[in-house]
Design a protein around this ligand. Structure first.
Ligand SMILES: [Zn+2]
Length: 253
């Protein structure tokens, strides 16, 4: 899909990025992304993708805005307290980019809706805090062959990896079981969730446009308390329930 003159003007500064160009911008315009939860992480992912000119966003998040959302959920506003999160998110994103197509879904991802929501898009950014949701997303992305950016944070730490089904390890290779320590509510600054949200948006832009090298098979961990960043190689587990040999034989993936 070629760009309009208005789009060329809006995206001019990123079209200058070597290796991206007008072709990269056209690929973003043709792309759709599911952001699973638009909280601390997902608000920033969605905002950066909207700013970058993604064609279509599917936003999935249940519930209404609470006071304790406002330190980090940057698509939520004080005036929107008590109103649905996806409504506020859609309004803020449209203010930034009126060309953007948005499908707001007032539900969290689950085993029931994962297949349909993943089927709507080209790529998924998983910003859900709890593992049952993240496992359901991982299973569907592997099954449907859709790239999945996995972002997480706790306290001052953040981590991110990019899952390219069939090429890189999946979330099940990293976490064979639900880690009991992860909770829905946890200590965090908005600047920490925002940091990993920007990294997640950049990974999505790279995978969709073919720019640079994504974090496939690599876990990036960031400790913002002392600003240390580490890359750890991840290995695919042949006995993984989701992407391993037995799962392939059963036709799971
Ligand atoms: Zn796996």
């Amino acid at each position: 899909m070629s760009l309009t003159d208005e789009e060329r003007a809006v995206y001019e500064w990123q079209i200058w990025v070597p290796g991206f160009g007008e072709t990269g911008q056209e690929k973003l315009k043709d792309s759709s992304v599911l952001v699973s939860r638009v909280g601390g992480l997902g608000s920033v992912v969605a905002y950066e993708l909207a700013a970058a000119g993604i064609g279509r966003l599917v936003l999935a998040h249940a519930g209404n805005i609470k006071p304790s959302d406002l330190n980090r959920q940057l698509l939520m506003t004080h005036a929107g307290l008590g109103q649905p999160r996806v409504t506020s998110a859609e309004r803020r994103l449209r203010e930034l980019n009126p060309r953007l197509e948005i499908l707001p879904v007032g539900e969290n991802l689950s085993e029931e809706n994962a297949a349909q929501l993943v089927g709507e898009v080209d790529l998924v950014v998983d910003c859900a805090p709890r593992f049952p949701e993240r496992f359901a997303m991982n299973r569907q992305c592997v099954r449907q062959g859709k790239p999945l950016i996995e972002c997480a944070m706790y306290d001052m730490e953040a981590q991110i990896t990019t899952i390219l089904p069939g090429q890189s390890p999946c979330l099940g290779c990293l976490y064979p079981e639900d880690p009991p320590a992860w909770k829905r509510e946890f200590p965090v600054f908005g600047a920490v969730s925002g940091t990993v949200g920007c990294l997640g948006a950049m990974e999505a832009i790279k995978v969709l446009s073919g720019l640079g090298e994504p974090l496939a098979g690599t876990l990036l961990t960031c400790d913002l308390r002392n600003m240390t960043f580490h890359r750890r190689r991840l290995l695919r587990q042949p006995d993984c329930d989701i992407c391993g040999d037995a799962a392939n034989d059963r036709g799971v993936s």
